[in-house]
Design a protein around this ligand. Structure first.
Ligand code: KG4
Ligand code: ZN
Length: 406
């Protein structure tokens, strides 16, 4: 039963390579981002061609306090904090030395934002899934703030965040819903009976879709993250050729990629073979063309064919899920790969054909952010399944599945 109320949360997200904080409110049936600060570490990780966990942790530690200060500004009610609470908060930051130093400096300045209690009902923090060293930074910080301000902490599953991210832009979903989560770390189909009632129908046996985009980009000497790079090139091919023309050009150059598990008749995915097929294709093309660097038009066609394969597999798996769960009324999509306009268009067309509602996040809420973590906390509070945890008991759970309780 939905409670008629107003709520506000401070949300923290550090599961991967985005350091993000947000203030989000719920009132009159609407979830509204009141403010957010996000620092993307993409440029730092580009050099390594992927996310380097200890580097991500260090960057979160450097930026989290300052982003929160910027978000909260001078707002909040001045409070007096006992030395005992200050010491306890600092102890929670023992494993985050750099953040602890910034925190120490800030707390010893009585004018700093840490001495003003923000007007929020809860602190929400991503506790998993993700890179554990990175998750710990947000968790430790949430514990420290909770101690200073005497505000409860709610550990949030990042994938639930991706699911509920659609609520920033839509009214409530129609249930039961099917959620398709496609990100750098996950590819999952989640039967969603109601908010908080999730059941994973299928996932990837190896690489996630976003991971395949990133790895294929590396094979093609494109920069990290690969999704936007590959999709730009595929889009270019579609802008100058019809799909038929592009397919026949691919055939001319022997550019044909597999559609992994297309006929497996289940809801499992596998993208590692697709990546390996690109690796061999690139090797053969280089050999046949007697070159170390593939011509741009060939690279563009590989990107086009790769995206065709991804789309075909995603749609087929949705069809299989729909056969298993004919009662679904809406498709919820989330995760960084859903920023891809071609994939969005195909999923939207599929929903029209199936006569179900299509719910997608805005482009900016598709990739990692703290607003979705705030919305997840509010959904849990409004729908009465929020379970705040004693700060001492919150730990990072790198492999936390969306259908498991914390
Ligand atoms: O959800 P997200 O921001 O982080 C994780 O939780 O993993 O997703 C990041 C993934 C990366 O693999 C990135 O290449 C992919 O999303 N991505 C895209 C696009 N934009 C980001 N993939 C395909 N097309 C895009 N336009
Ligand atoms: Zn994500």
């Amino acid at each position: 039963m939905e409670k008629k109320q107003e709520k506000k949360v401070l949300a923290i997200e550090t599961s991967c390579d985005e350091t993000a904080v947000a203030l989000v409110s719920y009132a009159n049936g609407m979830y509204t981002p009141l403010g957010q600060e996000l620092y993307s570490q993409i440029d730092i990780h580009k050099e390594y061609g992927g996310v380097f966990p200890m580097l991500a942790k260090r960057e979160h530690g450097k930026n989290l306090l300052f982003l929160t200060e910027k978000l909260l500004g001078g707002s909040g009610t001045p409070i007096s904090i006992s030395e005992e609470h200050i010491q306890k908060a600092l102890t929670f930051l023992d494993r985050e030395v750099e953040l602890q130093n910034f925190f120490k400096e800030c707390i010893h300045n009585s004018e700093s934002f840490l001495h003003k209690k923000p007007d929020v009902d809860m602190i929400a923090v991503t506790a998993g899934p993700g890179l554990e060293p990175a998750l710990w930074v947000g968790i430790s910080f949430a514990k420290a703030l909770s101690t200073l301000w005497n505000i409860e902490v709610l550990p949030i599953n990042h994938m639930e965040g991706h699911i509920v991210s659609v609520l920033a832009d839509s009214a409530d979903a129609s249930f039961p819903a099917l959620a398709l989560l496609i990100s750098g770390g996950h590819t999952e189909l989640v039967y969603t009976e109601q908010w908080g009632s999730y059941h994973i129908l299928g996932g990837t046996k190896d690489d996630a879709v976003g991971e395949a985009y990133d790895k294929v980009a590396r094979i093609l000497s494109l920069t990290y993250p690969g999704g936007p790079e590959i999709s730009k090139k595929a889009e270019y091919v579609r802008s100058v050729h019809t799909v038929d023309e592009a397919e026949s050009l691919c055939a001319t150059h022997n550019i044909k990629l597999p559609r992994p598990m297309l006929h497996s008749n289940d809801t499992s995915f596998s993208f590692s073979g697709l990546k390996t097929a690109v690796l061999y294709l690139v090797r053969d093309l280089k050999k046949n063309l007697n070159t170390e660097i593939l011509p741009e038009d060939i690279v563009n066609l590989i990107c086009f064919e790769f995206e065709e394969s991804v789309v075909e597999v995603l749609i087929k798996k949705l069809e299989t899920a729909k056969e298993q769960k004919a009662e679904i009324k809406s498709l919820i999509v989330g995760g960084g790969v859903i920023a891809n306009t071609y994939i969005r268009k195909h999923l939207s067309d599929w929903c029209v054909k199936e006569e179900i509602i299509f719910l997608k996040p805005t482009q900016t809420l598709s990739t990692d952010n703290a607003v979705m973590i705030g919305i997840a906390a509010l959904v849990q509070m409004i729908h009465s399944y929020a379970k705040p945890i004693q700060p001492e008991n919150i730990v990072a759970r790198g492999g936390w599945k969306v259908d498991e309780l914390y």
